[in-house]
Design a binder for this molecule. Sequence first.
Ligand SMILES: *[C@@H]1O[C@H](CO)[C@@H](O)[C@H](O)[C@H]1NC(C)=O
Ligand SMILES: *[C@@H]1O[C@H](CO)[C@@H](O)[C@H](O)[C@H]1NC(C)=O
Ligand SMILES: CC(=O)N[C@H]1CO[C@H](CO)[C@@H](O)[C@@H]1O
Length: 397
Amino acid sequence: MKNLLTLATLAVAVSPAVAQVPVFGQCGGEDYTGSTVCAAGSTCVFENPFFSQCIPGTATATTTTSTVATTTSTAPPTSSSCANRTKFKFFGVNESGAEFGSATIPGTWGIDFIFPAPSSIDYFVGQGFNFFRVPFQMERMVPPAGGMTGPFSEAYLANYTAIINYITSKGAFAAIDPHNFMIYNGAEISSTSDFQTFWTNLAGQFKSNPNVIFDVMNEPNTIPASTAFALNQAAVNGIRASGATTQLILVEGTAWTGAWTWVSSGNSAVFGAIKDPNNNVAIEMHQYLDSDGSGTSDVCVSSTIGAERLADATAWLQANNLKGFLGERSVQEAMQIASVSAAVSGAMCAMQQSGVWIGASWWAAGPWWPSNYFTLIEPPNGIIIQEMLPQALLPYL
Ligand SMILES: *[C@@H]1O[C@H](CO)[C@@H](O)[C@H](O)[C@H]1NC(C)=O
Ligand SMILES: *[C@@H]1O[C@H](CO)[C@@H](O)[C@H](O)[C@H]1NC(C)=O
Ligand SMILES: CC(=O)N[C@H]1CO[C@H](CO)[C@@H](O)[C@@H]1O
């Protein structure tokens, strides 16, 4: 999720005491009632309708300009006209909840955070999906008192492991996702050796489960691509050192690991060198279809935008003989639903024809999203369940 919009209009009531939100704390979002005043040196930045965050620096209100042509006269393919495609090995949804309430650490189960519902897992498995990405908050898993190389919070780990094991007991795959943007306890993660140890410890907890996938870090953003690469490589080394040698590892680049910015962010210059002794790593990218690619707006650009935004990343994967995984993806509702479905269908077709994308996962399911969240795929009534699943997702299973 890119931080392209500053928060002004979404600010909620400021408490009379005007408590300051620490750097990287939550400062806004629908239903958020805390302070919107960021600590000195940081600015409240809109991330999505439900979450704004105090980011170091002064606001530069970037306007959302689309750099994408709205063109092409060729109609996007439908699933039936999408010839010669390879199905995804992994196809499913993100299951949010355990990472919620990131401003409150550790926070209270049932109030600040929650774990995905087994009934939601059952629903998607019943539809034929086999992949779930399960975000969690690092500071809850490894409390700041001991640091990221310190002991786990046994209770949080136990609850998290329970839903991971539930997923894999159904024969599906579960991605372990520290949803921390490469920031731990208010600071950018910089020590490759600490991060490697964190992953050795965490992967060690899951090394005997072949259906677990290790997703190194959700959306590093303001750090250089080379730093993101070094930290991801350290994590790969740490995971394999734990004895988890068979499972898939997903690495993510800087700039919110955006597919359409894979080249301009510098990720394309460094991530081709990723080395896994067990040769089972894929590059995870995210892509949204609104004008600034951030997933914060509910207007989809055009019916061909999905395939267009993935084209460069696909070419890079092919040239580097790497596999890709589209880990977060959503579309917007304001367009006529037929066009939105076409945009998604077109993207799915292009991915499956390319031969280099091994999986895709929709953002997002989870028990706590508001029922009107425009990209909600939580059963039974999420808008995407009703309007997108049958037309543009199920045909690509
Ligand atoms: C089908 O796709 C494969 C791999 O992408 C390609 O090598 C092959 O030429 C394609 N066949 C046709 C008929 O398009
Ligand atoms: C774990 O889940 C139980 C409910 O099953 C809950 O009572 C407990 O507070 C949770 N603890 C944490 C740290 O998530
Ligand atoms: C698309 C979207 O809204 N993504 C956001 C989901 O929520 C997490 C926090 O839990 C954000 O960090 C993502 O950017």
